[in-house]
Design a protein around this ligand. Structure first.
Ligand SMILES: [Zn+2]
Length: 407
């Protein structure tokens, strides 16, 4: 049986709902301050965002970032985290942190990880000895990290797996593991446990799982197991089916999503929170994420381009010197990006800022009840021609009342 009335350390303050789509604007009040929703959360893998200092991350407007439990559990390790008093202090990060369960990292990083009912079995990357990550151990690690939002350990398999029986087993096991996580959670009054809806691309499994998870009454709800190479229209159908069954007054987090067009469509489908390594990872390859698409600044065409990475961008790199910014140009990035980390570092700042300000604009549009026209303008800028709009986006948006191809 599911426990009743789990304490919550968050308040979801709904501010506005789009009158056409399922988009919502809200303030998520967390232990380390309020966070505007919808939100994109950058992934700070080893307690740092690829070379950015906490001040630089703060400067991008980020108030909630993601840390990996698996990495923090290895280094500095649980004993050090306990001694220091958690990851906020360890990183000098005064704002909110969300941690994953560690399970996904293990399954994806360690070839020999195996899932059994007790937990995820794997070989230690240090000495090859057999180890086991249980729901209880994952929660214990996250309790030591002290993150504001903690995630349940779930049984994740590739959405593209054709094995429906295995998919069903993973979904049911994830529900059982949630119960073990709830029982193991020591600090529900200061850390918010989110459940994770599984069920692959099967809408019936997803609905069944959503019902089970919602009954456990966790402070927030995540939709997991997506962004694993499935077709985008299947992704949209799953998000749409799940959000339709979710309570209005709780945050909804779709895991592993970070392309700007995916965020904009997912918001229309009723999702509020997203995370992805893509914006920071792609920066290391010289890619700038902009409203007009991704620019590869390693391309020689930019060698003499002395305009900012993105015109009008308010990030510290793009802002002119007279406005207190660095006044970085495309040509500068071109010249440093191949041989120095400075280029990647600057692009990381720009890319994270871009996604956060995109979320801010989306939020303003929802508050002013003009999200449908905002979505149309976004796609027009990104693809400059209606004939290039991706079909999955046109279909998904039509399903929530927005005719992307209309005027
Ligand atoms: Zn910028």
């Amino acid at each position: 049986m599911a426990p009743v009335a789990m304490p919550s350390a968050l308040t979801y303050e709904l501010l506005a709902k789009c009158s056409v789509t399922k988009a919502r604007a809200a303030i998520l009040h967390l232990p380390h301050g309020p966070v505007p929703l919808p939100i994109f959360m950058p992934v700070a893998t080893q307690a740092s965002l690829k070379g950015l200092t906490p001040e630089q991350l703060e400067e991008t407007g980020c108030r909630l970032c993601l840390n990996n439990t698996y990495h923090l559990g290895l280094k500095p390790g649980q004993a050090t985290l306990d001694a220091i008093g958690g990851a906020h202090k360890f990183q000098s990060w005064p704002h909110n942190i969300l941690t994953d369960s560690g399970g996904f990292q293990m399954v994806s990083l360690l070839k020999l990880a195996k899932v059994a009912e007790e937990g995820v079995r794997f070989l230690s990357p240090h000495d090859g000895s057999p180890m086991l990550l249980t729901p209880e151990h994952s929660i214990s690690l996250q309790n030591s990290i002290g993150s504001d939002i903690i995630m349940q350990l779930d049984d994740v398999i590739a959405t593209t797996s054709p094995d429906l029986a295995r998919m069903e087993e993973a979904m049911e096991r994830s529900v059982r593991w949630l119960d073990r996580c709830i029982a193991a959670h020591k600090y529900p009054e200061r850390q918010n446990l989110f459940c994770i809806i599984q069920g692959g691309l099967d809408l019936n499994l997803r609905r069944q799982c959503t019902k089970e998870m919602v009954a456990r009454d966790t402070p927030g709800i995540a939709i997991g197991g997506l962004s694993g190479g499935e077709a985008k229209d299947e992704y949209c159908r799953v998000v749409d089916a799940c959000t339709s069954l979710l309570p209005e007054k709780k945050p909804r987090y779709v895991m592993g999503v970070g392309y700007p067009e995916d965020l904009i469509v997912s918001i229309a489908l009723g999702a509020d929170m997203f995370d992805c390594v893509w914006p920071t990872r792609t920066a290391r390859f010289g890619n700038a994420v902009t409203a007009n698409g991704v620019l590869n600044l390693r391309n020689a065409a930019f060698s003499g381009d002395f305009s900012s990475i993105e015109e009008g961008c308010q990030c510290v790199c793009c802002r002119p010197k007279e406005d207190g910014g660095l006044g970085i140009t495309k040509a500068y990035i071109y010249h440093v990006t191949a041989k120095e980390t400075a280029g990647a570092h600057l692009l990381t700042i720009h890319n994270v800022h871009y996604l956060l300000s995109l979320m801010k604009s989306a939020r303003t549009a929802i508050m002013e009840d003009r999200y449908p026209s905002f979505v149309k303008e976004f796609f027009r800028k990104l693809y400059d021609d209606k004939s290039k709009f991706p079909e999955w986006a046109v279909t998904a948006l039509k399903g929530v009342g927005v005719d992307l191809l209309g005027d």
